[in-house]
Design a binder for this molecule. Structure first.
Ligand SMILES: [Zn+2]
Length: 271
């Protein structure tokens, strides 16, 4: 059967080919892609073209993107989807807004007694339900390696979380995954982190204490670690790592371990 979607896909890929040297330059700037297979590389390259054709990048004054930078963003956005099939995981938003650096935005927070607070906060990224993703470009440039920080993956994890309603740390799990196992792994780790911070707000936590804000941030922050600091996450919260491996259907720790086995100095000075 003739498929409009397949036709449009082929047409888009034919219209916007990525030259080999350009793709190599992108790969060179993204060590967190090191160790992916050739087949994964091919998928990612096509997925970047389709992503950039589907989403509108709005740049604010101070941000000018060339093709390499657009691909730098797209490749990080697509990495989590590498084995999630051809579903439209980033549906429900069409625009990514790029600020030059951290931006102020009015925040609303409803406390336990139902009172709504509005305050200004410094942010490097935001993802709104049914709205755009907002990223600070210097925050995007701060990731890409194994530094256990990745703004693009963080904000897009919120978008995955929002696919089945409000961001609450529970994205739509695949067939065969158990909500109970997911919830207990996440809750235990989240509670542990909060207990640690309640006892000492300045505690040296194994992962960014921002993860203790709420379950949605816990999922977004641990997703960042999963892809860019998988050894740290696995060490701190092995069950969380395991659930994320089931959800993303990837094993970045295996990639990193293999790279380190082949090159013992790999990642030195990167985190
Ligand atoms: Zn967040």
């Amino acid at each position: 059967m003739w498929s409009f979607r397949a036709w449009r896909r082929r047409r888009t890929l034919a219209r916007y080919p990525i030259a080999a040297p350009l793709w190599q330059a992108v790969r060179d700037r993204l060590p967190l892609l090191d160790g992916i297979t050739d087949a994964e590389d091919r998928w990612l390259r096509e997925a970047c073209v389709l992503f950039l054709a589907a989403k509108h990048l709005t740049t604010l004054p101070g941000v000018e993107l060339d093709d390499e930078q657009r691909l730098l963003l797209a490749a990080q956005a697509q990495l989590p989807l590498l084995h999630l099939g051809d579903l439209d995981w980033y549906q429900g938003f069409h625009e990514i807004i790029l600020y030059p650096d951290d931006f102020k935005s009015p925040q609303r927070h409803r406390d336990a007694s139902g009172v709504e607070h509005v305050y200004d906060g410094e942010h490097s990224g935001e993802a709104w339900q049914q709205g755009p993703v907002i990223l600070a470009w210097d925050g995007v440039l701060g990731g890409g390696g194994w530094e256990a920080y990745n703004l693009v993956i963080h904000e897009l994890a919120h978008k995955l979380d929002m696919l089945n309603g409000d961001a609450n740390g529970l994205p739509p799990l695949h067939h065969g995954m158990q909500v109970g196992e997911w919830s207990s792994a996440m809750q235990q780790a989240y509670d542990g982190l909060n207990r640690q911070l309640d006892a000492n707000p300045d505690a040296e936590t194994a992962i960014d204490p921002y993860a203790a804000e709420n379950p949605a941030e816990f999922f977004a922050v641990t997703s960042e670690y999963f892809f860019s600091g998988p050894d740290l996450l696995q060490q701190a919260y092995p069950q969380v790592y395991q659930q994320l491996a089931l959800f993303y259907r990837q094993d970045p720790l295996a990639r990193l371990s293999q790279l380190q086995a082949e090159h013992p100095e790999y990642r030195q000075g990167q985190q």
